[in-house]
Structure formats: C-alpha cells, structure tokens
Design a protein around this ligand. Structure first.
Ligand code: ARG
Ligand code: ZN
Length: 842
C-alpha cells in the first residue's frame, strides 16, 4: 500500500498504527520503499497492532503475513467454508485486520488497484475480488496454477474488501442501466446449487431498476458478482462489486424454499444492492454511525419489497418483526440508541435497534417531509457526500437543508434509547373532536414524533378526516377537528408512523372502537392492528382467568369477519387471523409468564378453531381445490397469499385435538397437507403441524419427520428446516429431543445457520426454554460456552435470551442469571464478555 499523509495534519510525523489480529496473522516481513524494516527499531508489534515508527508520505509499504483460513472458525477475515472447497472473506466490521496489517477503519478510504489472487487451476478455477478484472492467466513458473488481478476504481474502506476463491458454478445475465451502460451480472454457488440461483438474479435486476426509478441511482461498475456461501455469520455483505451471501438468502426454488424464503432473497439481494449507494459510495465515518447506512438501506429494501409485492402486507410484516425483536431488545440490558455510544465488540451492535428501528427513523423523515421532500434530501445527501465517509448528522442536515426545515429536535431519535410511549385522550362534542397526545421517553426533552391520524364517522363508517400527519413536539399537545356531522372514531398512528407504543391515558382501550376499526379502517395497517389489540386483550383476560363476554364477542366478530372476507388479498386475511406472537405479547407484561402466556394464547386459538371449525374448514377446502386446479407453481403475491391463508387455517384446524378421535383427524389432515404439498411452503406447514402432535398423532409425526429428512437428500437449507421444526415443536420433551439432535451426524456448531436452526430456535420456543426446571437455560448456557471457542459472533448472539432474566419471575430470573454467572467466570471472547457483563450489570 501507498501511504498518503493526512493533508489536514500539521506537526511532526507520528507513528502509523496498522491494525492486525495477531491471533490469526503471522507477520513475515515489513518493507518500506523496498527496504526491510527491523522489529523494535523501525516498527513495533503489540497486541492488535503494528506500529510503523517513521512513516513517510508517499512511501510504499509492503507487509507479508501467513494465515490459515482452514482454522478460522470465527468466519471473520479470510476463511474456508466447511462444506465446500471455497475460500471467502468477511471484513465488516473488523475482519480486514484478520487478513493483513492495515488502518482498518471506515474513514480510511483507498483505491485497491491491483489485488492479485493465485491458486491451483483445477481445484480453484474461480478467482474473484472487487471491481473489474484487469488481467488473468497461467502462472509462468507453474502451469498448474493461475492468477487474476482485480482493480476497483472506487475508493473504499477496508470493510468493503472481498475475495473469493473456489470451484463454483454460476449463472450469468446482464442489466442495461438507464444511461445505457451494460452491466454483466453473475451469481455463483457451489455447482450443485446452480439451479437455485435464478430468483436471486431476477431480484437483482429488479433492484437495479427500482433504484433508478425511485431514487435515480444507477450502478457504477461493469460487473456485479454475487457469491453464495454456506457458512456465514450474517445475512449477506455488500462488498463493492462482489457481494457475499449466506446461501439462505440466495438459493431458492419451489422444492426447497418457502414463500418467506423467496421474499427474503428478494429483500436481501435488494438490500445489498442498495448499499452500493447507501454504504459504499457514501460510507460511515466511524462504526457509531452504522445506522447511517443500515437504517437507510433497510428502509430502502422495505420500500422495494413493498413496491414489488404489497405495501400494507410488507408494512404489517415489518412492524411485527420490530415489535417482537426490537421492542424487547429495547426493554432489556442491551437497550441502546440507534447510534450507540460505546462498544467493546462492534459486531454486537448489528442489532434490531440499529437496523430496523434505524429504518423506522428514516421512514419518519419521509412521513414528516413527504416522499418528494425525502427524495430531495437524498439527492442533496449524494451531491454533498458522494465519495466520503460521513455521519448521521450529515444525513439529517441534508434532509433539513433540502427542505428548509429545522430538524434539531428530530435528532433526538439518534441518541435516545428505549421505546417512547404516546398516550392519547379523546372527546367529541358539538361537531368538534379533540385529541390530546402526550409523550414519555428516555429523552429529557420531548421528541419529534409524527402521528399519522384519520377520523371515521361512527354512524356511516365514512372517512371524514383523511390521513393527516400530526407532529407531536411538546410533552403534550391538543389537536381539534371541527365541522363534523356526528361522533367519530379516531384511527391513530396510521401505517405505524413512529416506533412507539400507543396507549390511552385511561389505560382502558375502547374495545368497541377497536372492533369498529378492525372492520372498517381505511388504513390497512391499522385495520390489522385493531384486530391484534382485541386478540391481545382476550389472551390476557384468559391468562388472568377473567374473560369478559364483551371482549369475547368483539374478538369472535373480528375473527369471523376476517374469515369471511371476500378478498384476493389473502396475505392480509391470513395476518388478520393470526394471533400476536408470544414475544410481542410478552412486551405487555411487567413480569413475563412464558408458560402461562403460551397456554393462554393456545387456549384462545383452540377456542376460535372450535367455534368456527366448519367455516375454517370450508375456506380451507375451497383454497385446496383452487390450488389443486392450478397447473403452474407461482410465487406472486396472490399465490403466496393463498398458501399463507391456507396454512394459517391448517394451524387452527390442527389445534383441535383433545380426544383420540380428534388427534387422529388432525394428524390425517396435516399428513395429507404434507404429502400433497406442491412446494416447500406447504410441506413445511404440514410438517410443522405434525411436529407438535403426540398421542394418537405421534406415529404420523415420526413418519413425516423421517420422510422429510429423506427427501432432503442432504440439502443444507432443507436440513436446517428439519432441525428447526423440531426445536420449535410444542411437545413436553422438546429439550431432550433438541439434545439428541445436537448429537445428530448432520449437526455442527461450526455452521451458523445450522446452529441457529437448532439452538436459537429452541431458545425461541418460549414455553420449553423457560421450563421452570431451568434445564433449558443450562443447555443454552453450556452450548454458548462451547460455541464461544469457535465463533464469538454467534455465541454472543445466543446469549441475548439469557440477559433478559430481569423480565421473569424470581425463580426463573435467578436460574437464568446463574447461567450468565457461570459464563462470566470463564475465559470468554470479547464479544460474549460484553453481552454477559451487560446482562449482569445492575
Ligand atoms: N453490512 C452487512 C449488511 O447488513 C452486515 C454485515 C455484518 N457483519 C458482521 N460481522 N457484523 O448487509
Ligand atoms: Zn446492510
């Protein structure tokens, strides 16, 4: 590398720090301008770094290191994929220092002009890196070897570097940009998976077009390569011109991928592509700014998926994830602002908060400024910052300046942890509706909260005030609407306009309003949400053994209406019929009672199933008929929706199994569903229903499990589903089953996907994991300890359920805490240490 002195620096030359992880690098030599440097004299080696004592402006520094990718089980830096003959890199956040000594920080942007890769021709025919291929050929001295030289014209930080070497298959296509430039697109995987790459390719082309149309952003290199690798810590990585993907987010065909998998492939392909502008062309000054690129890019991929499929469906799905994942993170010891203030291991901060709450913050700019205003802000952001490493403040300033507004108060979203609460109080008299909103949060001064709002006439159901964005900026504010002809029902926080909890001042939600909204709100999101709130009430009443007959009646009515709705938006219908998840429900409890919650939710589900059994059955059969008549397998919104609805109904039908008779009937139904499935979505739904069957259904369950396993024929992603289905099953002895599965020949802790599909899935099986014996905690604790020696990024993530111990009753809390204390007494990785110590801090 060539050193360039910082032009802003004045004063004596100071030593140059090169980051390097000596646990995986062996330094052979350092040269400056051809001169070999001497340790202790010209340079010093210290843990984590190499100090060049007398750097010279313009000098060429050469470092030679040895490393052993086969032993790199952390999957950070250069590593070999366990399952294949592939070597690949993962550098974000700090993996480059595990490849060589370098100023490994995002604001150090350099052009990588000649990356030379060399390997055995036969075993590693594919040699890839960032940018364009300048040259390739046979190594002159050894014709069994070949090389390739890559050059990336765009300056980039080291975290965007990538190299892939292996025996890979691929599919090729191209995309012609709006300005007429032809880009070669190639998607690689292990040769045996090449037939599963086309959906990723199509998604890439759609992403490229969408970014041009929506934001006027065009691709900038001649090539775009995507490589799928089995062992990968995260979802994917946006390396310039060479994305590396977890196979789970690239490979998809109807036989092995569910509809949700297809949707994820499209979303993540989009996400990594959109990073080319929001992340690569404009990058982060330091890692505290991570949400600058992640929040923004998640927002962009959400908008993309919404445009490709259905906006309200996508919004419901995104909010479900936010509430289940991010709200709980914010309620525990890992709570942090979207721009964190400190970290020990940056990898611990690739969180729901930084990513999805970050995306909500970006969405709020758009809600406040309108899409046109937001686009203006984006345009200015690129005009001012293309090619540089910037901060969240720079983004905010671009939005403010382009729209001539003051967003100083809005900046609090970057520094305030926790989920704010918005309280409302309403009244109606003589044609005037009054709404009082107040807020509370962990910010000392009030935040700027956009509350989208509308009014519906109580008598006619007509929308009398269409969606209006109220800007809540004070601790409390009153808004009035006059000239109304009669009493109204308010629809608040439409489309989930801010990541907050909404509650009435009185503490008592007006359930008749909810029932009204569930039936007729013109806002698709709020219509769904009103139903969710009704279900929530009934589930808690069931838990407390105090069911109110009015609530019951409202729920019955909402459920029946959703069931009988004449619509082709089957996904919306399916979500309207789905009860809130246990993790979302537990957000509403001061002390979480996981077993009680699980039972109460189950009871409500069973009761609905029994009450509406014949209607559910009729709809289910009708859908089955339509599907059987179809000749072609499709993954468009309608087909996906139909499967989603039918599988939701299957779940209800299979919940009816008290008597032996019912058990047999449920098992037969699920077995038929499983056996007649045309694609993985229905197959896994059938298997999922069978997985929780016992008694008279046990034989069918075991048979289906075996069939599924055999059908998988070793396909890694399908086997993950097999492990996961068993880990989340609702059976009394799940833990023992999971322990046995951990010893299964197909199980390995070394592959993160496999690990998540068994261990993390079990930790999400709330009732089993939180069994009062504490055995679930012990199992997780000891597995984390074992895993930490291999892969700290994954072990630390798995500890996230244990650190929630304060949310549980005394007995459970102490048992969970005991596992953290055991871990704390061991020698841990930095990553895990940070999580465990946060979890134990008072
Ligand atoms: N930038 C990647 C993405 O969101 C995630 C990479 C995170 N890697 C990590 N080791 N923490 O698309
Ligand atoms: Zn990202």
């Amino acid at each position: 590398m060539t050193l360039v002195a910082n032009p802003r620096y004045v004063g004596e030359p100071i030593p140059l720090v090169l980051d390097g992880d000596e646990t995986c690098l062996q330094l052979r030599s350092v040269r400056m301008n051809g001169q070999e440097l001497r340790e202790g004299v010209d340079y010093e080696l210290a843990p984590g770094r190499l100090l060049l004592k007398t750097p010279v402006d313009g000098a060429v520094v050469q470092t030679v290191v040895d490393l052993v990718p086969e032993e790199n089980t952390q999957l950070s830096g250069l590593y070999k994929d366990e399952a294949s003959a592939m070597y690949c890199t993962q550098c974000e956040a700090m993996g480059f220092r595990r490849i060589t000594y370098y100023p490994d920080r995002p604001d150090n942007m350099a052009t990588f002009t000649s990356v030379r890769l060399e390997a055995d021709k036969e075993r590693y025919p594919i040699l890839l890196s960032n940018g364009n291929r300048l040259d390739q050929g046979t190594v002159p001295e050894d014709d069994s070897r070949h090389y390739a030289i890559w050059s990336d014209p765009f300056p980039k930080p080291s975290y965007l570097f990538a190299a892939v070497v292996g025996k890979l298959g691929s599919i090729r296509d191209s995309y012609t940009t709006v300005s007429g430039k032809k880009v070669q697109l190639e998607v690689f995987s292990e040769p045996r998976n090449v037939h599963k790459l086309s959906y990723a390719m199509e998604s890439l082309q759609r992403s490229m077009q969408w970014d041009e149309q929506r934001f006027g952003l065009e691709y900038d290199l001649e090539l775009y390569n995507v490589v799928a690798v089995d062992s990968f810590n995260m979802g994917a990585m946006e390396n310039k011109g060479l994305n590396v993907f977890n196979t789970a987010y690239v490979l998809a065909d109807e036989g092995t991928a569910t509809d949700t998998d297809f949707e994820r492939v499209e979303g993540v392909i989009g996400h990594e592509y959109f990073h080319n502008w929001t992340g690569n062309r404009v990058t982060c000054r330091d890692w505290f700014q991570l949400t600058l690129k992640e929040g923004l890019t998640v927002f962009r991929d959400q908008e993309f998926s919404g445009d490709m499929n259905s906006k309200p469906v996508k919004r419901i799905e995104d909010v479900r994830v936010l509430r289940a994942r991010q709200f709980s993170e914010d309620a525990g010891p890992m709570s942090h602002p979207i721009r964190p203030e400190s970290y020990i291991s940056m990898d611990n901060f690739y969180t729901g908060t930084v990513y999805i709450k970050g995306a909500e913050v970006i969405r709020m700019y758009q809600t406040i400024l309108t899409p046109e205003g937001f686009n203006k802000g984006m345009k200015l952001y690129f005009e001012c910052h293309d090619g540089s490493a910037v901060t969240c403040d720079d983004f905010l300033a671009a939005m403010a300046d382009a729209n001539n507004v003051d967003l100083t108060q809005f900046a609090l979203w970057y520094s305030t942890p926790g989920t704010p609460t918005v309280q409302y109080e309403t009244s109606y008299a003589d044609g005037t509706f009054t709404l009082k909103l107040s807020q509370s949060s962990r910010s000392v001064t009030p935040m700027h909260i956009p509350v989208a709002f509308g009014l519906l006439d109580k008598a006619t159901g007509q929308e009398v005030v269409p969606t209006t964005v109220l800007e809540l900026k004070e601790a409390s504010q009153v808004f009035t609407f006059d000239g109304l002809e009669g009493d109204v029902v308010p629809s608040l926080l439409r489309d989930f306009s801010a990541p907050v909890k909404l509650e009435p001042v009185s503490g008592e939600v007006d359930e008749s309003d909810l029932a009204f909204l569930a039936a007729r709100d013109t806002d698709g999101f709020n219509r769904w949400d009103a139903g969710q709130r009704l279900y929530t009430s009934l589930i808690f009443q069931t838990l407390n053994d105090q069911i109110s007959s009015t609530t019951q009646a409202f729920v019955d009515e909402a459920f029946r209406m959703a069931l009988e709705q004449k619509t082709t938006d089957y996904s919306i219908q399916a979500y309207a019929l789905t009860l809130p998840s246990e993790s979302t429900l537990s957000e509403e409890m001061k002390i979480v009672d996981p077993v009680g919650l699980h039972e109460a939710r189950g009871k409500v589900k069973k009761a609905l199933a029994r009450k509406y059994e014949s209607e559910i059955r009729t709809t289910y059969d009708g859908l089955t008929e339509t599907m059987q008549a179809e000749t072609e397998f499709k993954v468009d919104a309608e087909a996906i929706g139909r499967r989603r609805l039918r599988n939701t109904l299957l779940e209800y039908l299979c919940s009816i199994r008290e008597t032996d008779q019912e058990q047999i009937a449920a098992a037969e139904l699920a077995m038929k569903h499983f056996q007649n499935a045309k694609g993985m979505t229905d197959k896994i739904a059938g298997l999922g229903a069978l997985a929780s069957m016992d008694g008279e259904g046990a034989d069918a369950r075991d048979e289906a499990m075996q069939t599924f396993y055999d059908d998988a024929e070793g396909d890694a992603l399908v086997l993950n589903k097999w492990f996961m289905t068993q880990a989340v099953a609702d059976l009394p002895d799940v833990l023992n089953r999971v322990k046995k599965l951990k010893e299964h020949p197909d199980f390995t802790l070394k592959n993160p996907n496999r690990c998540r599909s068994l261990i993390s899935a079990f930790a999400m099986n709330s009732a089993a994991f939180h069994d009062e014996s504490g055995e679930g905690y012990k199992f997780l604790g000891s597995t984390i300890a074992e895993l930490d020696k291999l892969n700290p990024q994954i072990s630390s993530r798995m500890a996230s359920s244990l650190i929630q111990w304060r949310r549980y009753d005394e007995e459970r809390g102490q048992l969970m805490k005991a596992e953290l204390e055991k871990l704390n007494a061991m020698k841990l990785s930095e990553d895990l240490f940070e999580i465990v110590s946060r979890g134990l801090k008072d």
